[in-house]
Design a protein around this ligand. Structure first.
Ligand code: ADP
Ligand code: MG
Ligand code: ZN
Length: 506
């Protein structure tokens, strides 16, 4: 008999906070890819002896936003702790983190997976500082010019040993405020892990505390994965998965790890508690190192920082200033505007898009119609030009004006698409473009009747054939009228007037 297994997964998510300055010093937080290495560093964040850290109030505020948005209980008494370990990216040889008394505890987040709502517990949300960044060189790397801008010149001007390999360290990231969000082991599949991580990223972006850019490493997701016989209440031995730089890798890596563990257990083996890496090319996990136990870090209260007391009034002020979150927006759009779950999901993915839509509706746009224009037209223009909604020239009120021109039949729907593309590239109003391009439809019944009558007079044979029963000629007549008006006749009106004219014996 084969055992059925259930997966048990808990996620640790590290998010850098987009403050102006670092967690414990005045150095600026800079883009890890664009800034030159080691240009945003001071004695505090490079671990010089005797330097004293000072807590960044803004970082605490950002952390509080997240803790509250994730329904955590906020601890008013916070202490920072030293997590001791040696590694070249950690110049102090300890990381200031939170251990026993973290900022937020016992939160939760509801996640939709395959049409079902799953509530995932949030064990803790705590503040810490990021480490520096190492770049490991392979022999010959410098000669082959594989390094990015900046590294190369420095590498050459420095000692020769780099040219035979070695590692470079950039302390720009050292001391950047970092938030760790630890879930309960409530997740049951790779897809659920992905849905939870996507929802966390979306909330971080709504709160303006993190850009969510996984490729740049400002958001790092590490699942802890174990399996157990279905129905069992005890946990199996877990592995922790690292180097996942996309949601796809998170889902696939987790699924791979679940199957790997089940395979070992079915073969009578045992799971080794360890940290495993995800090999992006081979799409499989591999052993990186066996796991340290917490006591290896010799955590103790940070003696250079006083306990941090967080005033309840401050917490309440932040709570009231939180933006409406994506799930609540989506639910509201479905209830009030009749959007489908799909539509509501798409337009709430980004806070800026949701706000753009709300502005358009406030300007008198019909929600469904505006959403259709967004999803079917504006998003493709944005994709084509690689622009976010904040950057585009089409304003919410501008789109509403365009929709009005379609509604009152001034222009056809297909002409409106041309107008939108023009509005997108030039930023002109719909009216201006319609006038300049002569796109207005002829909806004047008298003018159209004249053209129709002339068409019938010019084509007596076809009229006779039609009246003798060849009704398929109707389309041909419509085509003649369209040609005469250079495509500008209001098609519905042409149809109606043609029917009359053709049935009237002349
Ligand atoms: P650490 O990794 O620092 O030891 P924790 O023990 O608190 O921290 O766990 C980290 C994450 O691992 C949490 O998200 C938790 O839910 C998850 N976790 C703990 N035990 C297991 C397990 N047996 N299987 C899967 N996930 C687990
Ligand atoms: Mg861990
Ligand atoms: Zn500094």
């Amino acid at each position: 008999m084969t055992t059925t297994y259930e997966a048990v997964i808990g996620l640790e998510i590290h998010a850098e906070l987009m403050t102006n300055t670092k967690m414990f010093c005045g150095c600026r937080v800079v883009d890890s890819v664009e800034a030159d290495p080691n240009t945003a560093v001071c004695p505090v964040c490079s671990g010089m002896p005797g330097m004293l850290p000072v807590i960044n109030r803004r970082a605490v505020e950002f952390a509080l936003r997240v803790a509250l948005a994730l329904n955590c209980e906020v601890q008013s008494h916070n202490i920072f702790a030293r997590k001791n370990y040696f590694y070249p990216d950690l110049p102090k040889a300890y990381q200031i983190s939170q251990y026993e008394l973290p900022l937020g505890l016992n939160g939760w987040l509801d996640v939709e997976v395959a049409g079902e709502t799953r509530r995932i517990g949030i064990r803790r949300v705590h503040m810490e500082e990021d480490t520096g960044k190492l770049t490991h060189l392979e022999r010959g790397h410098l000669e082959r010019g594989h390094l990015e801008r900046g590294h190369l010149e420095r590498g050459h001007s420095q000692s020769g040993h780099l040219e035979t390999g070695g590692s470079l360290v950039d302390y720009n990231r050292s001391g950047v405020p970092l938030l760790e969000i630890v879930s309960e082991p409530d997740i049951r599949s790779g897809e659920e892990a992905r849905a939870y991580a996507v929802a966390i990223r979306q909330i971080l972006r709504y709160l303006n505390v993190n850009s969510g850019d996984m490729e740049k490493g400002v958001l790092r997701v590490e699942p802890n994965i174990s399996v157990r016989p279905a129905g069992s209440q005890t946990f199996g031995t877990r592995t922790e998965l690292k180097n996942l730089n996309s949601f796809r890798s998170l889902a696939e890596g987790t699924a791979y790890e679940i199957e790997r563990q089940i395979g070992i257990l079915n073969a009578g083996g045992q799971i080794v508690q360890e940290t495993r890496g995800w090999h992006e090319g081979r799409r499989e996990t591999f052993s990186q190192r066996t796991k340290e136990e917490a006591e290896d870090y010799r955590y103790f209260p940070e003696p250079d920082l006083p306990p941090l007391h967080i005033a309840p009034e401050w917490v309440e002020a932040i709570r009231t200033s939180l933006p409406e979150l994506p799930q609540s927006k989506a639910a509201r759009y479905m209830a009030d505007w009749g959007l489908s779950a799909y539509e509501a999901g798409v337009v709430t993915e980004e806070r800026a898009v949701a706000e753009w839509l709300e502005t358009a509706v406030a300007a008198g746009g019909d929600p469904k119609t505006v959403v259709n224009w967004l999803i079917n037209n504006l998003f493709s223009l944005m994709n084509e030009h690689k622009q976010s909604i904040e950057a585009i020239k089409v304003t919410p009120a501008g789109l509403v004006d365009l929709i009005k021109l379609v509604d009152d039949a001034t222009i056809s729907h297909s002409a409106a698409k041309t107008v939108l593309a023009e509005m997108y590239s030039r930023g002109a109003t719909a009216e201006t473009i319609v006038a300049a391009k002569g796109l207005a439809q002829i909806s004047d019944a008298d003018a159209l009747s004249q053209i129709i009558n002339q068409t019938l007079v010019d084509n007596p044979d076809q009229v006779q054939a039609y009246r003798d029963g060849k009704t398929t000629l109707k389309g041909w007549f419509v085509g003649q009228v369209m040609k005469a008006t250079r495509g500008k006749a209001n098609p519905a009106l042409v149809n109606q007037l043609l029917n009359q004219a053709l049935s009237d014996p002349q």
